[in-house]
Design a protein around this ligand. Sequence first.
Ligand code: DAH
Length: 339
Amino acid sequence: MIEDINKINNEVQSFNSSSLDEIENFRISFLGKKGKITLLFNNFKLVPVAEKKEFGSQLNILKNNALNKVKELKSSLAEISSAPKSNTDFTIPGQPNDIGSRHPITIIRDRIINIFSHIGFSISEGPEIEDDWHNFTALNFPEEHPARDMQDTFFINEDIALRTHTSSVQVRVMEKNQPPIRAISPGRVYRNEAISARAHCFFHQVEGLYIDKGVSFADMKQTLMYFTKAMFGNETKIRLRPSYFPFTEPSAEVDVSCTICKSKGCNVCKYSGWLEIMGCGMVDPNVLENCKIDPDLYSGYAFGMGVERIAQLIYEVNDLRLYSENDLRFLKQFSSDSF
Ligand code: DAH
């Protein structure tokens, strides 16, 4: 008889279900009027007297086990059914979100800013929609200068245009501050050019300006040498070629030794060993005067470079259009680059 109890107890312990009907059937078949446990109770009178005590206590344990089982299963069923119903399938695999990365132009611009901020240049920005005074007149552009032509400049009206260079910010900085001035001005500029691998209707420049007492051409050269070494590597050489800009006198074009072939000659430097990277010069006294800075007291230098040009040399990208096409296959290649 004790064996019967053990056997039924095993059945009770191993029973599991999350269906209300099955749990009810279990209850009936074990604890109902004709249930297995009830029958054992009915047989109690047949148990020999000596075993009655042990049998009785085991039987009570069995009955409690069965009752507890029913209670437990029913309460876990209630928990499940009271959980909020949702149509969302939480087992569907998630859609991976691509992590964004910085644009190569931003990376290079930040590198340029970083290099100049180490030697005391602060950043100033100006508007992309600019008036004639700041973009041309204050910068000593003669009335008939070709850059003022409709063919080069996007005019909004007679006086307002999209700035064609960041040199306009020079004027704004000098109008607002007296020397010493040490500022760089990064920003986007616009020119009315047919879009090709080598030209675009918008691009980015960084302008530099340094005005103080006794600033010389040699100071400018040292600063630009420092910059090119920091940007392209310590072994980089520079050379200055005479040039012309209305707002600087004298003016020069800055070349760096070819970063790609190390001056051995390649098709990027057209076998010259040199690459042009920026324009520069001593700020013309007329410009200082236009900005209410006394040219007898102060002198200074200015320079301007194209960010795409620098990026092209660092990354060896030979088609300017790639920078503004938002092609992820192109942009992802710079995702691990920091400054
Ligand atoms: N503004 C010139 C350009 O867009 C670049 C430039 C040349 C800036 C000489 C300067 C400079 O400040 O001194 O081509």
